[in-house]
Design a protein around this ligand. Structure first.
Ligand code: SF4
Length: 371
């Protein structure tokens, strides 16, 4: 089938962040040639891609790939030409990887949008997170990207950090807004098993972040970003006018997408499949001429309904009442509590509703369960 949205997973990082449980490969030297060859082979297995609207290099740390490797992959995807101007091509980047040369090379390769892993503007906090950049590098990266012609810039920020860090969330929001990015993505810190953070908490060195702090900082970000011209178009994502992520919006509207690279997921509208998550397992299966797909799952009608409701409620547009195959249980109380807005045709979450999204979906879907 033809896909309009392509995700390329670049699994390499130079160090693991203290909270991260992603499938990554920690490397001092990035095996760029091997990576490019593997992705090209996987793309050949899938067949030609026509009419792509978005390409997204996610990770891991895609900005660790040499710019010529990114250019080679884009040339391959777009049949030996650069991506057409209308295609949104996003690169996730760490601030320390943004140099004048890299930024110019990314732009000429066809990158139109950069998502910067800023996380915080407090050096103490960045060090605690095991991030590989300092606060000053964030502003420098934004300036270099703009100078290279990339002005569609998103900043990632993490909130709800442990109290003991005394992180000043308002200051971080001020500094982020001061850089005037076109987009901001928020990530609430979660404690994942077997991460350094999990171990620190288990031995009592750090206290787990509280739910109250999570809610306060989330709502504060809504208020501050909203007052500065950003619209939350999804539970965790805010953008200035015309700068929503088209790639991620495709996921939330249930459109098919193709994912290549280790751990990448694909969805054809009815079924999902995902690749081997470890880089070595992925690379060896490709080298052996085999498919890198690890597993597949066909969605039942009930799962598709549930997923449609969940994804719809993540967005500011909400979910159409027609998406419910059976009338939802009465939801007047959820509206009266200020969690949902109902206009007769659709339901959408308020910011306080987004804080309890999973329970709202369960309440609205009765006996359906979230898989
Ligand atoms: S840079 Fe991202 S993917 Fe890499 S370790 Fe940190 S959080 Fe995980």
């Amino acid at each position: 089938m033809s896909f309009a949205h392509l995700y390329v997973h670049v699994p390499f990082c130079t160090r693991r962040c203290s909270y991260c449980d992603f499938s990554i490969a920690v490397r001092k030297q990035i095996p760029a040639d091997d990576f490019v060859a593997s992705i090209r082979t996987e793309l050949q297995q899938v067949g030609p891609l026509e009419s792509l609207e978005t390409v997204y290099f996610g990770g891991g740390t895609p900005s660790l790939l040499p710019a010529d490797a990114i250019a080679t992959l884009l040339q391959h995807v777009f049949h030996n030409t650069s991506p057409p101007y209308a295609v949104e091509v996003t690169l996730e980047a760490n601030p320390e990887n943004v140099t004048p040369t890299a930024a110019r090379a990314w732009r000429s390769a066809g990158i139109t949008r950069v998502s910067l892993g800023a996380q915080s503007f407090d050096d103490r906090v960045l060090e605690w997170m095991h991030r590989t950049h300092d606060a000053a590098q964030i502003g420098r990266a934004v300036a270099l990207l703009r100078a290279a012609g990339i002005d569609n810039i998103s900043l990632d920020l993490i909130f709800a950090l442990p109290e003991s860090l005394r992180r000043d969330w308002d200051r971080d929001l001020d500094l982020a807004i001061g850089l005037a990015p076109s987009h901001v993505s928020l990530y609430g810190l979660t404690v994942e098993p077997r991460t350094p953070l999990d171990r620190w908490i288990s031995r009592g060195a750090v206290q787990a972040p509280s739910d109250d702090r999570y809610a306060d900082e989330y709502l504060r970000a809504h208020q501050r970003l909203g007052a500065s011209g950003y619209e939350f178009y999804e539970v965790s994502n805010a953008a200035t006018r015309g700068r929503r992520s088209r790639h991620n919006s495709a996921y939330w509207s249930g459109r098919p997408y193709l994912g290549v690279g280790p751990a990448a997921h694909s969805f054809d509208g009815r079924a999902r499949r995902w690749n081997h998550s470890a880089w070595e397992a992925y690379r060896s299966s490709i080298a052996a001429g085999e498919s890198p797909v690890d597993s597949r799952e066909a969605l039942s009608d009930e799962q598709r309904e549930l997923e449609g409701i969940y994804l719809g409620l993540r967005t500011a547009a909400g979910v159409a009442l027609s998406a419910f195959h059976r009338p939802p249980p009465p939801f007047t109380a959820l509206v009266e509590n200020g969690w949902l807005v109902a206009d007769g045709l659709s339901l959408r979450c308020t910011p306080t509703g987004w804080l309890r999204l999973d329970s709202l979906v369960s309440a609205l879907t009765g006996n359906l369960t979230i898989s």
